[in-house]
Ligand binder design. Structure first.
Ligand code: NAD
Ligand code: UGA
Length: 458
């Protein structure tokens, strides 16, 4: 088929690459190119060993790569040849200067805008795919309109709502696609071109159009609401542990109210991932900037409860293992921030491992997909750390297991076999409430779930 239209995406990360693969798959007449400054990442996208693990991703890349999906290092050429440009670069929390630890670090977005301006030889539609503070489009426009000549740039906001681990099905069946634009004739024209792309596979009623600022802000607010639910249920889990109530029963009873809903009510060791914390802190910073300290404090408490939940988990391990972990071997089952991904960014397992090492425990890390990232995360840590992919080998000789990721395989392990290989008394700290607690207790373990009474032999 002749490729009639061209799309570029700058940023070949967890969002850029899967999103473009889906567009390439659904729009076979478009030539979709993904570029990145990280040459090794581009090479990996062009290899048999993709740089990220995501269920269904290999299949969709297999169908499109080399046909109408291309990964390239040539950013300059990419900008020249494409009139529709998605910007999907990273927007981490700022680590320096004003707003350090809270505001979004916009240097990568700004550099991208400057690259687009420098290499453009024709007018472009520039689409914010990255998650950005409200009003960033204004800054983008100012940079893009600082050039000479009659090239024009229309900036759209099209935040991405996919979650890792379910990215492909989220992209294929999104709850909604959000497109923000200026409500000028040029803005509406650009918006219509982007709507046309999504309309190939998304029902019209799910394609939501708003003004630019609503779109930018909605993305931060959606993440804040999701994280707030996790912190809400985690805060209640602490109360359950004091009162013999059971968090799973409470979550079910509360979630069956259709006004509340059942999703995102799983208590655990706290939320991780590259976005929840950074996006809430970004929202908090915006509220402070706009003189709304009460609103800022409200949202900041979501992050504070998340930290509290992780501290509680560690205090529980230490308290129940006779207040000393020195020289004890603790197996960490799962290092990814959630199941079905190898991503460990902001994973609670990083914090918990550091705390265990500071207590002089020997930590054995196991994960089916995240060991490479775990090694990078812990490269600077002092203490005894080993990495063992096989959970049975990891558990052998351990005094305790801490389940940090809700991988399906951990539900189904032969815990009798594991118990036999461990030092007694053996402990399980189930940070995800995924194992059969009663059965493990009967096998002989001392079992510490989240938000449920501990099952202990002494
Ligand atoms: P990522 O770090 O995996 O990918 C970003 C990529 O951009 C990197 O490969 C980096 O090398 C590249 N890059 C940075 N500056 C560049 C430049 N000037 N030119 C070319 N390439 C450049 O990040 P991600 O997880 O894909 O997230 C990207 C954005 O999407 C963030 O704003 C994030 O908040 C948002 N988001 C992420 C998710 C998610 O699940 N990870 C979901 C929705 C939205
Ligand atoms: C989240 C949002 O769900 C996406 O909509 C959004 O696009 C994305 O952030 C983003 O902007 O980056 P993600 O972080 O990939 O997606 O994964 P989630 O499924 O939201 O899980 C986040 C964390 O919350 C994980 O650590 C998970 O284990 C935890 N969680 C989630 C719970 O502890 N309990 C729950 O009930 C749900």
């Amino acid at each position: 088929m002749k490729l009639k239209k061209n799309i570029l995406c700058i940023g070949a990360g967890y969002v850029g690459a899967p999103t473009m693969a889906m567009i390439a798959c659904k729009c076979p007449d478009y030539k979709v190119t993904v570029v990145d400054i990280n040459a090794a990442r581009i090479d990996a996208w062009n290899s048999d060993r993709l740089p990220i693990y995501e269920p269904g991703l290999e299949e969709i890349i297999g169908k499109t790569r080399g046909k109408n999906l291309f990964f390239s290092r040539d950013i300059e050429e990419g900008i020249r040849q494409n009139d529709i440009i998605f910007v999907s670069v990273n927007t981490p929390t700022k680590t320096f200067g004003t707003g350090a630890g809270m505001a979004a670090d916009l240097q990568y977005v700004e550099k991208t805008a400057r690259q687009i301006l420098e290499y453009s030889e024709s007018s472009k539609i520039v689409i914010e795919k990255s998650t950005l503070p409200v009003k960033t489009a204004q800054a983008m426009e100012r940079i893009l309109s600082s050039g000479k000549g009659n090239i024009t740039f229309e900036v759209l906001s099209n935040p991405e709502f996919m979650a890792e681990g379910t990215a492909i099905s989220d992209l294929e069946h999104p709850d909604r696609v959000l497109i923000g634009s200026h409500e000028t004739p040029e803005g509406l024209k650009a918006r219509a071109r982007l709507v046309d792309i999504y309309a190939r596979w998304v029902a019209p009623e799910k394609i939501l159009t708003t003004n630019l600022w609503s779109s930018e802000l909605s993305k931060l607010v959606a993440n804040a609401f999701l994280a707030q639910r996790v912190s809400s249920i985690n805060s209640v889990s602490a109360l359950c542990e004091k009162t013999d109530a059971n968090i799973s029963e409470v979550a079910r009873a509360v979630g069956l109210d259709s006004r509340i809903g059942a999703k995102f009510l799983k208590a655990g060791v706290g939320f991780g991932g590259s976005c929840f914390k950074k996006d809430i802190l970004n929202l908090v910073y915006l509220c402070q900037y706009y003189g709304l300290p009460e609103v800022a404090d409200y949202w900041e408490s979501v992050v504070k409860i998340n930290e509290y939940q992780q501290d509680r988990f560690i205090a529980n391990i230490l308290g129940s293992m006779f207040s000393t972990l020195a020289g004890k071997k603790i197996g960490i089952l799962g290092f990814a921030f959630k199941a079905d991904t190898g991503d460990t960014r902001e994973s609670p397992a990083i914090y918990i491992t550091r705390k265990l090492l500071s207590e002089h425990a020997h930590v054995v890390i196991s994960d089916p997909k995240a060991l490479e990232n775990a090694m990078i995360d812990l490269a600077c840590e002092e203490g005894q750390i080993s990495y063992v992919e096989d959970p049975y080998r990891a558990a052998a000789g351990c005094h305790a297991l801490a389940i940090m990721t809700d991988w399906e395989i951990y539900r189904k392990l032969d815990y009798r076999r594991i118990y036999k290989s461990m030092v007694k008394p053996a402990f399980i700290f189930d940070g995800r409430n995924i194992v059969d607690h009663r059965k493990c207790f009967e096998i002989g373990f001392n079992v510490y779930p989240i938000g449920k009474p501990a099952l202990c032999h002494f």
